[in-house]
Design a binder for this molecule. Structure first.
Ligand code: ADP
Ligand code: MG
Length: 731
């Protein structure tokens, strides 16, 4: 008998095990059984031999129609050809040999039926398999099958490779299934409740199904395993997190937070109020908060963060705000300092009574400013410390770090979260993660499954809508002229505009890269390099936008110039800012009304949505123009049309998810998770994932160490080992 952890070679023998390991990295019985068929063929479905694509490795079932042998031209040896058919299409099997191939002729005779496997190619207009592997079906087999059964029999087709064919895999699977001995890891109660078949049944059902219903039953059960085990891991992590202690920072009356609320020039939205209350309550607990706050661009997340930070400062602690770029860190610093006014001016003339200080720590600070910021953080003088990655450096210390706020999470990995967290000394700080990329619920449950979640669904009142148009520059060049005219009109009304390009230009910049952030660019349709900020700026200055006040902003500028450009734009002394995606997330200039995105097809859907969130933030309507040379009915254009058609970030993030591989969405930090989700699709299995999460939570709450479920505990160990191994491989 074999268990899932047994090495394959002990069960199927060295010869069969070696290619499985080499070509597909399948080493244990469990590995092999988790290598699921890509599809199933039934005899009836094999008709379309003509559909086979060149280069594919395939296994087909067919009957030999005729065979020929001829000598090779100009060389010793022979070519044996067998033409096979399924009654509809035909395929030629070709074998070359140094000698005669009489023996092959005796095996492959007209009328014989078999499975043939190899790589499809085309030769003289005919589809062929050169040197296929094959296995003939015995007459005896046939006799044993009733005709109808034979036609309906499902042949699993596995993802195969050059060294190993689909049916060689199937043969090993058969051996393994025959000796398999499994303790079902799924708790009995859940199996009953959701009408799930046993694991052994499911494995038989997916590898050797009798009919489609068999496959469905098996797939459902195996999806449950994937979802449930992952959720058990996450539930255990959440539980472990509550075992850490944190200093409670309950709201105190008459503190900075009260004064700040009194100063706020607007009413909080209902969503802000609710999320704020939840966060306020959690900060008062003696174990760390781990919360993800998501909300559309402009939904007002910063205010919530500031209020949380002030509550912690009122409670005697400090808060760190980590921003993904220098531009954003500085903008946060400026706007928070301004919002706080005297509340942030401790020790200064005009500072309020209980005032604190706000420090900025970025990579580009001069030595003196840096020393001062480090000192303010370490001494506790600064209640709020804002910064970029520089905050993660070892020299940065806090007197009493109570809260870490991470803005625009998708730029930071789990490890960075942990680095900052470790600066809190003994206890752990509360953590608030903010993201403007709407995350579909299932992704949130899977990728951020160890975080609780708050969502802001509305924008503050008084926001103007953004109108988006696709500008097909290749088909209609004069539209582009109109674009520049439009910008002149905006400038004429005293408004400001962004022009975004995918590249910096004038040498040296690769496809990705400022501030170390990926651009998330899709390859464009053409081969022309993407438009560059510096080139376009020069062109616009000479031509279409001559006379306007232009400025450029990109990641290669020295930090002070970057800051100066942003400041000038914010102050209204620049009409058009020509920029890369540094301006992406979080930049807030209410007087900016138009954005032109050049080569828009080079950007991802979510990224475009984020970018256009920079306009329409004030009382004037926002305009976003997506300029592209992509073909009218191509995929790229469809994506742009989708962005133009909706302002619903959730819809667009689902679209993003559909179009990218799920692994990319899960991200590098979740490397192991990628391979543990084979059947589950985050988009389609939402209900199942939600239910599995509920059940997992229940199981873990009742029995955190899974003492009563040894089979489940073992399965989780295997899952974690695999995750760890893959993580190490990646790193
Ligand atoms: P984001 O969620 O994109 O980070 P911000 O926090 O930058 O959004 O807020 C965008 C703008 O909206 C800021 O200028 C902020 O002052 C303003 N704002 C936030 N909340 C409200 C509100 N309740 N009413 C009016 N304006 C608000
Ligand atoms: Mg923001």
């Amino acid at each position: 008998m074999a268990i899932l952890e047994d090495p394959l070679r002990l069960v199927v023998g060295d010869r069969a095990a070696k290619p499985l390991d080499r070509a597909l990295e399948l080493r244990t019985v469990g590995d092999l059984l988790r290598h699921y068929p890509r599809r199933y063929e039934t005899r009836g479905e094999l008709t379309d031999l003509a559909e086979l694509r060149d280069g594919e490795y395939v296994t087909v079932q067919a009957e030999i129609a005729k065979v020929t042998t001829r000598p090779m031209r100009g060389r010793r040896g022979s070519i044996f050809e067998a033409t096979v058919t399924d009654g509809h299409g035909v395929l030629v099997l070709t074998f070359f040999s140094r000698g005669r191939q009489d023996w092959r002729g005796r095996q492959l005779t007209p009328g014989a039926r078999g499975l043939f496997s190899g790589q499809v190619s085309t030769f003289k207009g005919k589809r062929q398999l050169a040197h296929p592997d094959y296995e003939l079906l015995d007459e005896g087999d046939d006799a044993a099958h009733a005709a109808a059964e034979y036609a309906a029999e499902m042949i699993p087709v596995y993802p195969a490779a050059k060294e190993i064919t689909s049916w060689q895999i199937a043969r090993s699977v058969r051996i393994v299934l025959d000796v398999l001995d499994i303790d079902d890891p799924m708790p009995r109660a859940i199996r009953d409740r959701h009408d799930l078949c046993g694991l052994a049944d499911a494995l038989r059902g997916i590898h050797r199904p009798i009919d489609r219903a068999d496959v469905r039953r098996a797939t459902n059960r195996l999806k449950w395993d994937e979802a449930f085990q992952l959720q058990v891991v996450l539930a255990q992590r959440r539980l472990a997190a509550t075992a850490y202690s944190a200093t409670p920072r309950p709201r105190t009356a008459g503190g900075l937070l009260d004064s700040y609320d009194a100063r706020l020039p607007f009413e909080l939205t209902v969503g802000q109020d609710l999320a704020g209350a939840t966060i306020g309550d959690e900060l008062a607990l003696d174990h760390p908060m781990h919360r993800l706050l998501q909300g559309e661009v402009g939904s007002g997340k910063t205010v919530i963060a500031v209020r949380a930070m002030l509550q912690v400062v009122d409670g005697g602690g400090q808060a760190a705000l980590l921003a993904p770029t220098e531009v954003l860190a500085q903008q946060h610093f400026r706007s928070i300092t301004e919002q706080l006014g005297p509340l942030g001016q401790a020790g200064e003339l005009g500072g309020a009574e209980h005032a604190t200080r706000v420090a900025l720590l970025t990579g580009s600070l001069g030595a003196a400013a840096r020393r001062r910021a480090l000192l303010e953080a370490a001494s506790g003088t600064a209640g709020i410390v804002i910064g970029t990655h520089a905050l993660l450096e070892e020299q940065v210390q806090f007197a009493d770090l109570g809260l870490v706020v991470i803005d625009e999470q998708h730029r930071f990995g789990v490890e960075q979260r942990d680095t900052l967290r470790a600066k809190a000394g003994d206890g752990r700080p509360h953590v608030l993660v903010m993201t403007a990329t709407p995350i579909p619920r299932t992704v949130a449950m899977t990728v951020f499954g160890d975080l609780e979640m708050s969502t802001l669904t509305e924008l503050p009142a008084g926001r103007s809508p953004i109108v988006t148009h696709v500008v097909p520059a290749a088909e209609k060049p004069h539209y582009l002229e109109r674009v520049w005219e439009r910008l002149r009109e905006e400038a004429g009304r005293g408004r400001q505009c962004y022009v975004v390009c995918p590249r910096i230009g004038q040498g040296g910049d690769g496809p990705a890269g400022e501030d170390g952030t990926p651009l998330d660019n899709e390859p464009g349709d053409g081969t022309r390099p993407p438009l560059a900020v510096l080139d376009l700026a020069a062109e616009l200055e000479r031509g279409p936008l001559a006379g306007l006040r232009l400025a450029v902003l990109h990641g290669r500028l020295p930090p002070d110039e970057k800051d100066a450009a942003m400041l000038a734009f914010a102050a209204g002394s620049v009409d058009v800012l020509i920029t890369t995606t540094v301006v992406e997330v979080g930049v807030d200039v209410p007087n900016a009304t138009a954005m032109v995105i050049m080569d828009a097809d080079r950007f991802g859907v979510s990224q475009l949505h984020q970018l256009r969130g920079r306009v329409g933030r004030g009382s004037h309507e926002g305009l976003c123009l997506l300029v592209t040379e992509a073909e009218a009915d191509g995929k790229s254009r469809q994506r742009l049309d989708a962005v133009a058609a909706t302002l619903d970030g959730f819809k667009l993030s689902r679209l993003d998810l559909e179009q990218r591989r799920e692994g990319d969405v899960l991200g590098a930090a979740q490397a192991g998770r990628r391979s543990s989700l084979k059947l589950l699709t985050l988009l389609k299995d939402e209900d199942l994932i939600g239910e599995a999460r509920k059940q997992a939570q229940r199981v873990v709450e009742a029995d955190p160490a899974l003492a009563g479920e040894p089979a489940l505990a073992a399965a989780i160990r295997v899952l974690l080992d695999r995750e760890r191994a893959e993580y190490l491989e990646k790193a």
